[in-house]
Write a protein that binds this ligand. Sequence first.
Ligand SMILES: Cc1ncc(COP(=O)(O)O)c(C=O)c1O
Length: 498
Amino acid sequence: MDMNHFTNHLRQGKTPAFSLGAKTLKFAQDLDRQDELAEFRDQFNLPTRASLKQKSPKPQPASNGVNGHHHTNGDHPQSSGDGDGDDARSIYFVGNSLGAQPKLVREHLDAHLNTWANIGVNGHFTALDDSPLVSWQDMAEDCARKSVDIVGASSTSEVIIMNTLTANLHLLMASFYRPNQQRHKIILEWRPFPSDWYAIQTQIQWHGLDPSTSMVEIQPSPSLYLSTQTILSTIDAHADSTALLLLPGIQYYTGQLFDIPLITCYARERGIVVGWDLAHAAGNVELQLHDWDVDFAVWCTYKYLNAGPGAIAGAFVHERHGTVAPNPDGEGGFSYRHRLAGWYGCDKKVRFNMDKDFQPTPGAAGFQLSNPSVVDLASLSAALEVFGKAGMKRLRSKGLVLTAYLEWLLEGILDEDGKEDEDFRIITPRNPMERGSQLSLLLRPGLLEKVRRMLVENGVVCDARKPDVIRVAPVPMYCRFEDAWRFVQILRSALRET
Ligand SMILES: Cc1ncc(COP(=O)(O)O)c(C=O)c1O
């Protein structure tokens, strides 16, 4: 069994044929032994089955050492005795909602607190010699630099780390959604994340327009699949009256990954500005935002990027929108893309002159408003450092195989049942290149609560969406093939007992 063989197959959109032996725990453990990224699991604090039930937290060591930390309280509840010795850890399949904590975060936060304690305000422009952090004022740029490969920007100047996802969506819509009498519509999908819906709706209203005539929702097939053809024909149907197309790179509910390059190109050729919400795509699938000519994109960093709950977010602005040029009339001032401005968008050369002429930093950084939170940036810089070592390409390769293996094991449950009325249906696309590391299972009505409870009781952390969906994310950074195998045994028993 060769992992690379599987990866190549999957990258061509083909589902690999696992042999019957793949049903065994040994097979899963063999895959784990081949996993180039296996070492990263120990760089994360994964909740244990015991710690999930604790009311008061046990302190977690800061170091990057291996194993051990998860057994500090000596508990091995429900340990099966086999596996690689870390059975006490939960099956953490919820990195699509909140990524696990990299141990390095604590080190970076400590470094920041040391700088602040020792040199106070001077930390703005000075980094201590032994610190893993750059000076506070350079930290946003440092995190942007570490994000370039993750989103496929051409350079740091196309990325800015600031605010939160929804705030960035509003800020960038303020610049990129400029409706006029003819082009006033925003095309979105049938079930956007509620925050995106509210942002779009209120932007339209804020321009004095009516959401019922300016919002266009693309409808999926009955299986909840949104085909590229459906998206393109909706664009065609509204091409002359649409100002903005705003879609998620990956749909949060079904886990469907859209054809970002094709859709972007198609819409832009029709004069439509294109923005993407990459909350579920950043750090999950490979992205090439610059080459795909995307106008703008936003993402959060607390899911696949593991920077912590509510951590500071990212935004991409294509370089063609970031130019700042002196006004040609020779009377001073600059011409640049309209935006809602704040002093941190001002070029560093003049930012602290405290005068009234706004001269934006060229590129995405010119869209900043405020002095960013260093606590946030310290956490993100640690998470991105770990991420950079693992590398997006390797993560995606493992994610493809891990998700396909989980899917194959899940299909095994359905085959065994052979019932007409199946207990669940996978609503995530079967084509591996049309999804990331998430499978959404639509359960038979009435099963969700019981199944969720049994998963929790058996140390599985995943996400339940009422009324009937559980979302399972075997993220490649810290999840194992063995986790996929164990999850399926637990789910099978849960379904049998309901
Ligand atoms: C697709 C999507 N968009 C927007 C948001 C909102 O993010 P934030 O609360 O960081 O603004 C989320 C949060 O999970 C999301 O999944």
